[in-house]
Design a protein around this ligand. Structure first.
Ligand code: UDP
Ligand code: MN
Length: 296
């Protein structure tokens, strides 16, 4: 027999080229108070990021859950559009978690792009389906991703890529500004306001959208464990955070500042908003919500 030695993936020093080639965006804030960039169209040259990440041997695991009726409703357009726009030029592996692996259609993938389908049981409540992703992600990082990929992105399946979503989005700890809240004041953020929940917070920095988060596997591992522990603690205390995993995610990023923010261009609610002048390009958009049939 052969003995295989497994090595964890090293952290790659993420290039931050926007400082060098920064073109002015004066209509939107492009930096957080703690000096993390907020990535808006016009601030960066994607080709320079691609070159730097190719040289650094960057690669990324993209995780997505397609459980129950969400598989038929959303997975196909998610994958087909990701093949056109997501991290083109560096190796990508899709990790698809589903309770019905036999229903995953065949996909033709580009070079250096692969797919893994993993079975997960289905929770009865949609809130639990959403929240329990944190536990599954923690496990797959431990078992596999930490040995194979420096970066990981975790996405909602009800999303469609429409334009370049490239290596400029990679970073140590990456969060996205929620389409509905980047224009409103703090006190309108829908943080969890119940002191009994672990997600409780009085103030914060921004309101982040849980449909998309990522970073190095080391950081994402800390994030998913934080959220999962908070969720389980809440269950013990018979409470549930207002927006479930998203409330815990917001608490996490308040305590552990992300190193890169993505503008709402990266997760845009194209159905609710038309003609926002600051949105120069919609990179990934929300698919149509069909709660009436999907959550029934
Ligand atoms: N999800 C799923 N099946 C379900 C409910 C949720 O696969 O029955 C997954 C899916 O990836 C989905 C994510 O959990 O995108 C979050 O749920 P949802 O998108 O419904 O939440 P929302 O974005 O509306 O808050
Ligand atoms: Mn969603």
């Amino acid at each position: 027999y052969t003995i295989i030695t497994l090595h964890h993936q090293n952290t790659i020093t993420t290039p931050s080229l926007h400082y060098i080639i920064k073109t002015a965006r004066t209509d939107v804030p492009t930096q957080t108070p703690w000096k993390a960039p907020i990535m808006w169209e016009g601030m960066f040259d994607g080709t320079l990021y691609d070159k730097a990440h190719l040289e650094a041997n960057s690669s990324v695991a993209l995780t997505v859950f397609a459980i129950g009726r969400y598989l038929e409703a959303y997975l196909k357009s998610f994958i087909i559009s990701a093949e056109k726009h997501f991290m083109i030029g560096i190796p990508v592996t899709y990790y698809i978690f589903t309770d019905i692996p036999e229903d995953i259609p065949d996909f033709v993938l580009g070079p250096e792009r692969t797919m893994k389908v993993l079975y997960v049981p289905r929770h009865a409540r949609w809130q639990d389906i959403s929240m329990m992703r944190m536990k599954t992600l923690s496990k797959i990082i431990d078992l596999e991703i930490s040995y194979t990929y420096p970066y990981i992105f975790c996405l909602d399946v009800d999303s469609i890529f429409e334009n370049r979503f490239g290596t400029e989005a990679l970073g140590e700890s990456v969060a996205v500004l929620h389409s509905h809240y980047y224009t409103v004041k703090q006190d309108e953020f829908t943080y969890d306001r119940n002191p009994k929940s672990k997600a409780y917070m009085k103030t914060g920095d921004y309101y982040y959208h849980a449909a998309l988060f990522g970073g190095t596997w080391q950081n994402v591992k800390v994030l998913v464990d934080f959220c999962y522990n908070g969720i389980m603690e809440d269950k013990k205390n018979n409470v549930e955070a207002l927006w479930h995993d998203e409330s815990h995610l917001n608490k996490y990023y308040w305590l552990h500042k992300p190193t890169k923010l993505l503008s709402p261009e990266y997760c845009w609610d194209v159905i609710s908003f038309i003609n926002r002048t600051e949105i120069k390009v919609a990179r990934m958009t929300w698919a149509k919500k069909r709660y009436d049939v999907l959550r029934a």
